[in-house]
Design a protein around this ligand. Structure first.
Ligand code: HEC
Length: 141
């Protein structure tokens, strides 16, 4: 139990750092680049998407934490839509970025309603490796 508590506090501390950097960027007024957004969303186990996925599975879930994270996921997904792709055609990018955004929106809506099953389903779509690979193949350098 004690080690679990320690692990949890490490995860929460990391989440706080991520949220803080995302908020600091938002205050600068410039939207994050695709690389910055991807890195904050998906790079490593301490990035937002894996963290929020873990948090949804907790029993009971910490909705305050999940809601903050899902809002940040949505802001970063929005940055994908607003940016041009580093590679590949813009029309294809728009479709994939908007699909990613729609899953992020579904996740945030479910989180705001504290709907555990809905949040888990939306997160599974957001984290689907088919989605990652399809977009990387077409648009990642
Ligand atoms: C809508 C398109 C899209 C989707 C969906 C997407 N990615 Fe990416 N990702 C990119 C692009 C484009 C880059 C390259 C950004 C650059 O280097 O400019 C990238 C880069 C990355 C990077 C490297 C970040 C860095 O710091 O250099 C990681 C890690 C990553 N993606 C993970 C994922 C994972 C995991 C998923 C699925 C859960 C995913 N991505 C889904 C478009 C996407």
């Amino acid at each position: 139990m004690k080690t679990l508590a320690v692990k949890l506090s490490v995860v929460l501390a990391l989440a706080a750092v991520i949220l803080w950097t995302a908020a600091a960027d938002a205050q600068n007024g410039k939207p994050p680049t695709v690389k910055e957004a991807m890195s904050k969303l998906n790079k490593g186990p301490a990035s937002l998407c894996p963290l929020v996925g873990k948090a949804i599975k907790a029993d009971p879930p910490n909705w305050d934490e999940i809601q903050k994270e899902s809002k940040q996921v949505l802001v970063l997904a929005d940055a994908l839509v607003k940016n041009d792709p580093p590679r590949g055609d813009k029309a294809g990018w728009d479709k994939l970025a908007k699909a990613y955004w729609a899953n992020a929106k579904q996740l945030d809506d479910a989180a705001q309603k504290k709907d555990k099953n809905g949040a888990a389903a939306a997160h599974a779509k957001l984290a689907s490796s088919a989605g990652c690979n399809g977009c990387h193949k077409a648009h990642r350098n």
